[in-house]
Design a protein around this ligand. Structure first.
Ligand SMILES: NC(=O)c1ccc[n+]([C@@H]2O[C@H](COP(=O)([O-])OP(=O)(O)OC[C@H]3O[C@@H](n4cnc5c(N)ncnc54)[C@H](O)[C@@H]3O)[C@@H](O)[C@H]2O)c1
Length: 262
């Protein structure tokens, strides 16, 4: 037990996902949220297809041992998404879970945004979510159901001058797709939920300058950044049978940031 307001870094190896087969996208290099989520899923007993566009999924999957298999995917390309689920069935026999973590950040302000940046953000977050969810539903239906967890953002609810408008809009769309897939495919026993991270210390955020870091940490009621494990454990719960009556919700995992008035 911790005595102050620190992330625990605790590991809870258990049996939450025993016997489940998961496809996880956005499994990049160590310390991305996707890589940490894949590790937590393996610790919890799942077999995992580790998918990413970067190539880093290979080393991440090898480090996780025989319960993990890498797959190279661009989630905006339907034939690759379809092949990813086919690969999961070929290697592990079935698909019970999709966790769609893959995402890309936006940089430009509203008066500077380019068509390329806008299209890239909406393509990865919106089209990528639709395509992965579509083929997850197709892969899960023959097994009698499954669970999908999409990665949204605290920026999907409200925004901040620091946050790209196009990114926030795309993540709001992820929330909408999450609810639509939940409503449309609930009758097939497929649950669909989303995790909405606040500022989290994934690999890319290790480079945030000290002043910006202090400001972002201060946004959370808990006064700190989240750790990738803290996102992964919520995703694991939502994907597990313990969340068997939870569908169509977007869960903020943000240390209380979105409870603030400003
Ligand atoms: N880190 C944060 O503070 C934070 C906050 C809110 C939301 N999120 C969301 O959580 C998710 C993970 O965040 P992260 O910090 O680990 O990000 P990250 O950028 O470190 O990792 C994202 C991964 O997605 C992969 N990817 C990008 N485009 C892809 C595509 N077209 N097809 C397949 N893979 C692709 C990248 O190669 C990378 O490995 C993202 O969806 C992000 O928007 C993160």
């Amino acid at each position: 037990m911790t005595t102050d307001n620190q992330a625990t870094h605790a590991h809870f190896p258990g049996h939450l996902l025993d016997g489940k087969v998961a496809v996880i996208t956005g499994v990049g290099a160590a310390e991305t949220i996707g890589a940490v989520t894949a590790a937590v899923f393996v610790q919890e007993g799942a077999q995992v297809v580790c998918a990413d566009i970067s190539g880093a999924q290979k080393d991440t999957a090898v480090a996780l041992g025989p319960a993990a298999a890498p797959f190279q995917v661009d989630i905006t390309r339907e034939e690759e998404v379809e092949a990813m689920f086919a690969h999961a069935v070929e290697v592990f026999g079935r698909v019970d879970i999709l966790v769609n973590v893959a995402g890309n950040p936006g940089g430009r302000r509203g008066d500077e945004i380019t068509v390329e940046e806008y299209q890239s953000l909406t393509s990865v977050h919106l089209l990528g979510t639709a395509l992965t969810n579509k083929h997850a539903v197709r892969a899960m239906t023959p097994n009698g159901g499954g669970a999908i967890v999409n990665f949204s953002s605290a920026a999907s609810f409200n925004t901040d001058k620091l946050i790209s408008m196009a990114y926030a809009a795309a993540k709001s769309g992820v929330n909408s797709l999450t609810k639509s897939y939940a409503v449309h495919y609930g009758p097939q026993n497929i649950r669909v939920n989303a995790v909405a991270p606040g500022f989290t210390m994934s690999k890319k955020n290790h480079r945030v300058p000290a002043e910006a870091l202090a400001m972002l940490e201060g946004k959370a009621a808990l006064g700190r950044a989240g750790q990738p494990e803290e996102q992964a454990h919520v995703a694991a719960f939502l994907a597990s049978d313990r969340a068997s009556f939870v569908s169509g919700v977007v869960v903020p995992v943000d240390g209380g940031w979105t409870s603030r008035l400003a």
